[in-house]
Ligand binder design. Structure first.
Ligand code: SAM
Length: 282
């Protein structure tokens, strides 16, 4: 009899992925952590039954949340990651030699310890990189109190249930803005608008109060079902979103980074929003 992992993210929609080999299933201090192998998706990490990342398509999500804001910024030296316990975001950010320091604030040490051991293909050497400053703390408390300053802030959190709920508030975004250097950019994981429109609408309502340029961009990540996923974008420098494809190409080539989803053309196209999503962020 096959075993299945059932994602219960929505009241009337449940997604099941067959478990070909269960590797781990336990509770940390904050959430239930499960890892299993799937023929289609490779290793799959779920937190409280919600898919966090899979070996097969993590490159899409991590490339679009790391390279897009860093290449738009053009001179990002200090990067903040809130969440990102699997190490995949840090791994992608640290590919940029121009990045001097990454501060990663993750609430659950169990996710980090677990990912180092069971998800080496996602985190690779990120946790051993001397530029990484791993802080085990609530991201909301960290940004409220830190005197560190950042050029790019990436909010790679779970969905707004449980410990991540606080990371979808105006107070949190206001504190992130406080920590951004001039010309800084915030990018946020904002779910699949077709199924989680309230999250996106809420984030953009806050961003419109806080940033001169507030919008979102899209990428389709197969395991986040329901259509394209949205990433919140906030910056006080409106020119950053207008960077030309030619300049982005020069910056990507100079970085020497090989990508499988991100390209400068995809970068520019990601901001082309269909009317049903434009209506959510008015
Ligand atoms: N790619 C995933 C997604 O799109 O949902 C997110 C991946 S990552 C595993 C999410 C991380 O956010 C988890 O490790 C979780 O522990 C962390 N997290 C949740 N709430 C947090 C908070 N308040 N402060 C810091 N980290 C938090």
């Amino acid at each position: 009899m096959d075993a299945w992992s059932e994602e219960v993210l929505h009241d009337d929609l449940r997604i099941k992925i067959r478990i070909d080999r269960l590797l781990f299933d336990s509770k940390t201090e904050h959430q239930r952590l499960m890892l299993f192998e799937s023929a289609t998706f490779g290793r799959v990490l779920t937190l409280d039954s919600v898919v966090q990342t899979t070996e097969s398509d993590e490159f899409i999500y991590h490339e679009m949340m790391a390279h897009l804001p860093i290449l738009a910024h053009g001179n990002a030296k200090h990067v903040l990651i809130v969440g990102g316990g699997d190490g995949g975001m840090a791994e992608e950010v640290l590919k940029h030699d121009s990045v001097e320091r990454v501060t990663m604030v993750e609430i659950d040490p169990g996710v980090v310890a677990f990912s180092k051991k069971y998800l080496p293909d996602i985190c690779k050497g990120a946790f051993d990189d001397a530029r990484l400053n791993l802080v085990i703390a609530d991201g909301a408390k960290f940004v409220a109190g830190t005197d560190e300053r950042f050029d790019v802030a990436i909010i790679d959190s779970t969905d707004p249930i449980g410990p991540a709920e606080v990371l979808f508030t105006e107070a949190f975004y206001g504190n992130v803005k406080r920590c951004l250097n001039a010309g800084g950019i915030i990018a946020t994981q904002n779910g699949v608008p077709f199924l989680q429109s309230d999250e996106l609408t809420g984030t953009l309502a806050a961003f419109r109060k806080l940033f001169r340029d507030a919008t979102c961009y899209l990428a389709t990540v197969p395991t986040y079902v329901g259509g394209p996923m949205a990433f919140g974008w906030g910056s006080d420098d409106e020119t950053l979103r207008q960077i030309s494809e030619e300049t982005l190409t020069e910056r990507l080539e100079a970085s020497g980074i090989e990508t499988r989803y991100y390209t400068p053309a995809v970068h520019k196209a990601a901001f082309a929003l269909p009317p049903y999503i434009q209506d959510m962020i008015r």
